[in-house]
Design a protein around this ligand. Structure first.
Ligand code: ZN
Length: 200
């Protein structure tokens, strides 16, 4: 079958199709839109992507992407060092920040334990978390992980690894829907879930 567009456009579509939520069909529509809105969309997007690729790094303390290391949250002196909120990915961190309900620090795991996908503790930022909790003498770790099988497996594993360190381990109350990703929730739900957190 002949490609319906030139190789450059097909390549753009193929790359866009790898983004979450975009299948081949939506990728084709997105590419078309980008090409139509060259000055408003395509050129500024390309520049923003180049800039992000050059400047954004993972914070060496918490793992969140930022243009500086340590990131803005880790270097904010007004935040509570004794409180560390553990999230799967930075999307959940951003959702927590939008809610404005949390004034501690974060730790981004970079994924979840998954027997099915072959993800073990070594592929996640587990050792960094354990080291951080011991090093900073944090008093509470809030496990804000998804209410999925992998999320709960990861939460149990982390609770076990941190037991004996003297830190209190809590998890978000379940106004959070089962299977729900934190970054899909409205701010009010996050605020409630955080207030009603309970021992993990
Ligand atoms: Zn950080």
């Amino acid at each position: 079958m002949a490609a319906s567009a030139g190789p450059e456009i097909e390549r753009l579509i193929a790359l866009l199709a790898k983004l979450p939520g975009l299948g081949p069909r939506s990728a084709r529509r997105a590419a078309l839109q980008l090409l139509k809105k060259r000055d408003q969309l395509l050129v500024p997007l390309a520049a923003a992507m180049t800039e992000a690729a050059e400047k954004v790094v993972a914070c060496s303390v918490c793992g969140t992407p930022d243009t500086r290391d340590p990131c803005a949250i880790c270097s904010d002196p007004a935040r509570d060092d004794g409180l560390i909120c553990v999230v799967e990915e930075a999307g959940a961190l951003w959702a927590m920040e939008r809610s404005g309900a949390f004034r501690g620090r974060y730790h981004v795991m970079g994924g979840l334990l998954s027997a099915l996908d072959g993800v073990g503790p070594d592929q996640l930022r587990v050792a960094e978390l354990v080291g951080r909790v011991k090093g900073t003498g944090a008093r509470e770790v809030v496990l804000a992980l998804p209410a999925t099988v992998d999320g709960q497996t990861t939460a149990h594993y982390l609770a076990e690894r941190l037991s004996g360190s003297g830190v209190e381990i809590t998890s978000l109350a379940r106004g959070v829907p089962v299977g729900g990703d934190l970054d899909w929730l409205d701010d009010g739900t996050i605020v409630q879930a955080l207030r009603a957190r309970r021992p993990a």
